[in-house]
Structure formats: structure tokens, C-alpha cells
Design a protein around this ligand. Structure first.
Ligand code: URA
Length: 440
């Protein structure tokens, strides 16, 4: 505990008036809150003051540091320990593809991933569609596995940045989630604790992302990179499109199948291109290849040679998962019924209200309405058409995979999709650019 003594009220008042808080003040506040010496309502007031007044780079770094120091911090030797962080979206299964690619190329990948949040899906929930896969390894085992296998994937543990866990729960109910400095400190405290030497950020932007505009995504990307630099970590951020699902599959088993298909070189173009680009940045940051072009070639080679797929198999085996799913998708939980949504008229797909797709998946049981809910890995969606595609009258656009007893809910999803998610155009529509910008 910091020896400096401050008082809660004047610090909230100072931030409320838009004045800078010192490192010591921020660290005292966060430590005192974690030690339960500051009440939730006082922390809420401070969070709202931070949200409204904003925080500069050094305040954000102090907040990151305070949250980081509230828990355990892993350390790895060597420059080649690199992770990726996505700010979350719909159909984002890139971790399952890029991590084995990077690992096969010689990068060590320590992934501590999240569960579904709001309308977005979670990497940990998705991999748990594979029977036996253990995402709850303790940090000692996590460290040992990373050193031995070069790739490990677990969920958040109570030992990593516990202050963030407490503050995040408060932000979730006090309308203080969408603040750039608060998001930065929350993400960075967890990423730094996990011990990576470099981080590749995938900043999602569009109707299915927390950042709706390129401008906001750029501000978040710059903030994450500036904070990484302050902590002497190498970092690159890609701003990527999230106005439609990534790939064609949405849902847990569905997305695992699409990830395996992509590792076999048969995935949709968008998820393939993005996973390879992100993996190439990891390979480059790790210093495995001197130029990004060489790293990109290497990433392609890892897929084409089947090495990345074998690395995924190794990951499943190492964490108790049934690796037979790679050759037999029927071993994954699967829904038996399909309801198709077809085009009422000919035209072009103009846009999807992408966050709604995540909410419809929750409605179908493929997400949580409350913390204790169990995820149904079997249900999901498949997109047969994406933005810019030409559609004939009666052609299938969207397929709902559901259980026999869910016919009524599938019909409701169909009608919501047509009314609130899908926008068609009579004239040609340009395919959105997948990788919008790179920040480094
Ligand atoms: N993800 C996080 O870990 N924290 C945030 O604040 C937002 C997204």
C-alpha cells in the first residue's frame, strides 16, 4: 500500500473539475478501492469524472500500472513472446487461426482471452465447444506450457489485474465502458500482466464493434500504442472493418469449424486475409523475420504446408481438447434444424446492423443474458451473402442453425433479420475495405 495519504472526496472533486491527477493519487485511489477502503459509489463517481474529463497519456499509464500491480505479473525471457488483442466483434475467430500460424513460425503466443461481452462473442466460450479443452489452467501451468509448447490459451484468472475485474463490473453498470482511457488501462493492465514482449492490436470498427467510426478506432489504437510504448512493449495496431461478421460463420461450433477450414486453406477470404496479416505482424514483431513482407510469406507458408493446422492440433492435445474434431466436425455440438432467410427481391447487400446479429445469437442461446447462463455451442448462423454481393430473388442470404424446439424463435430471428439487420440496395455496392489502417 502506498505510504502517501490522500482523501477520496478532494480527488474526485479534482478530476471532476478537469484537473490532472498525479501518478501517486491515481495509484492510491486504485489500491484503496481494491483493498475495499473506498466505496463502490465513490469509485463510480471517480470513473464518471474520468469518463467525462478524459485522461492524458501519463494518467492513463498510471491507471494501467495501478491495475497491473494489483495482481500477478508473468515474465518471459526472449523477444519472441507476442500476443494479439482484438477489441471484439461478430464472428471474430481470428485467434484460432493466427495463434497456430505464429506459433508454427517460431513465435511464443501466451493468450489470456475473454468471454462474450455485450453483443460480442468470446474466444474462451468458442474454444470450449471442443470437448475437454481446459481454459482454466493456473498461471504456473500457463507459464510452463508456454515455455514447452509455445502456445497456450486460457481465460481470465482472478490473479491477473484483479482491480480491473472490480472496476470493469462497476463500469458495466454505470455507463462508463466506452471511455478510451478506461478501455486502454483495462486492456493494457491484463496484456502487460501476461508477460508478452509485444502486442498486435486488432481495433474493430463499425456497426458490430464498440468503436463505430474510424476516428474513434484511431484514437483508441493510438492510446493503446502510446501506453504499450510507455511500458517498453513493441506494438502495432490494425483498424479493421466490423460492419459485417468476419467470415461466414457466427456461433461457437460453427466458428470452430470455419477456423479449422481456414487452417486447412479452405476458409473465406476475409477471415483468411485478416488472420494471416495479424499473424505476419506477430512474426515481424517477434523478430523471426526482418521485414513484414517476409513475415507475410512465412505466415502463408505455415498454412500451405499444414504446419499451422498441426500446431492447432498440438494446442488441443496440450489442453485436454478432443483433437479428433479436426477431422470429424460431427464431434462438435451441432444443431439439427436450419431456417433459411431468402431475398424477397433482387439487389445488392448494402449493410448489416452487425451488433444485432450478436444479440440475435444471444436470443438463440448462443450467448449469455445473465452471468450464470450456460452457452449453447450448437446454435449459430451462416452468412451466404456479404456486403457488395449480388442477390437474386429467392436466393439464401442467411441460415439459422437451431434445435427442433426452437422453430418459433428461429421465425422471430428471421423476421428481425429482414426488418432490422439487413439493408439491400438496387444499385451496386462496394465491398468494404477489410484492413482500413495500420498504426505503429
Ligand atoms: N475489453 C476490455 O478488456 N476492457 C474494456 O474496457 C473494454 C474491452
Amino acid at each position: 500500500m502506498s505510504k502517501d495519504i490522500f482523501q477520496v472526496y478532494p480527488l474526485i472533486d479534482k478530476k471532476k473539475k478537469g484537473q490532472r491527477l498525479t501518478d501517486k493519487e491515481i495509484k492510491w485511489f486504485i489500491q484503496s478501492y481494491t483493498d475495499k477502503k473506498i466505496e463502490d459509489y465513490q469509485m463510480s463517481a471517480m470513473l464518471m469524472a474520468m469518463f467525462i474529463q478524459g485522461m492524458d497519456v501519463s494518467e492513463t499509464a498510471a491507471l494501467t500500472d495501478a491495475m497491473l500491480e494489483s495482481g500477478e505479473q508473468l515474465k518471459f525471457t526472449g523477444k519472441n513472446v507476442i500476443d494479439k488483442h482484438s477489441t471484439g466483434g461478430i464472428g471474430d475467430k481470428a485467434s484460432f487461426i493466427l495463434a497456430p500460424i505464429a506459433s508454427a513460425a517460431g513465435v511464443k503466443v501466451p493468450m489470456i482471452a475473454g468471454r462474450g461481452l455485450g453483443h460480442t462473442g468470446g474466444t474462451v466460450d468458442k474454444i470450449e465447444a471442443i470437448k475437454g479443452f481446459n481454459t482454466a489452467l493456473d498461471l504456473k501451468v500457463f507459464q510452463e506450457k508456454l515455455n514447452k509448447e509455445g502456445l497456450v490459451l486460457i481465460g481470465q484468472t482472478p490473479d491477473i489485474a484483479p482491480a480491473d475485474r472490480l472496476i470493469y463490473a462497476l463500469r458495466d453498470v454505470t455507463a462508463t465502458i466506452d471511455s478510451i482511457p478506461l478501455i486502454t488501462a483495462s486492456i493494457m493492465s491484463k496484456k502487460l500482466a501476461e508477460g508478452a514482449n509485444g502486442i498486435v492490436f486488432d481495433i474493430k470498427c463499425g456497426t458490430g464493434a464498440f468503436m463505430r467510426t474510424t476516428k474513434d478506432a484511431r484514437v483508441l489504437g493510438k492510446s493503446l500504442i502510446a501506453t504499450s510504448k510507455r511500458f517498453k512493449k513493441k506494438a502495432v495496431a490494425l483498424i479493421t472493418d466490423m460492419n459485417q461478421p468476419l467470415g461466414n460463420a457466427v456461433g461457437h461450433s460453427n466458428e470452430i469449424i470455419e477456423s479449422i477450414e481456414t487452417l486447412k486453406g479452405k476458409g473465406p477470404k476475409d477471415i483468411t486475409d485478416l488472420s494471416i496479416a495479424l499473424a505476419a505482424h506477430m512474426i515481424h514483431l517477434a523478430g523471426v523475420e526482418k521485414t513484414f513482407d517476409k513475415a507475410l510469406k512465412k505466415a502463408h507458408l505455415m498454412v500451405d504446408s499444414g504446419k499451422a493446422l498441426e500446431e492447432f492440433r498440438k494446442l488441443l492435445k496440450s489442453q485436454g481438447g478432443d483433437d479428433r474434431v479436426i477431422d470429424d466436425y460431427s464431434l462438435l455440438p451441432q444443431a439439427t434444424e436450419v431456417t433459411k432467410v431468402t431475398a424477397a427481391k433482387a439487389g445488392y447487400i448494402k449493410m448489416f446492423q452487425n451488433d444485432q446479429i450478436g444479440l440475435l445469437l444471444i436470443e438463440l442461446g448462443g450467448g449469455r443474458k445473465s452471468k450464470a447462463d450456460k452457452i449453447d455451442h450448437a446454435v449459430g448462423f451462416n452468412f451466404e451473402k456479404k456486403i457488395g454481393d449480388k442477390v437474386k430473388k429467392g436466393e439464401t442470404i442467411f441460415v439459422i442453425h437451431h434445435h427442433a424446439q426452437q422453430k418459433e424463435i428461429a421465425e422471430k430471428i428471421k423476421s428481425t433479420f429482414l426488418k432490422e439487420v439487413l439493408v439491400m440496395s438496387a444499385s451496386k455496392v462496394k465491398t468494404p475495405k477489410l484492413i482500413i489502417e495500420k498504426l505503429s
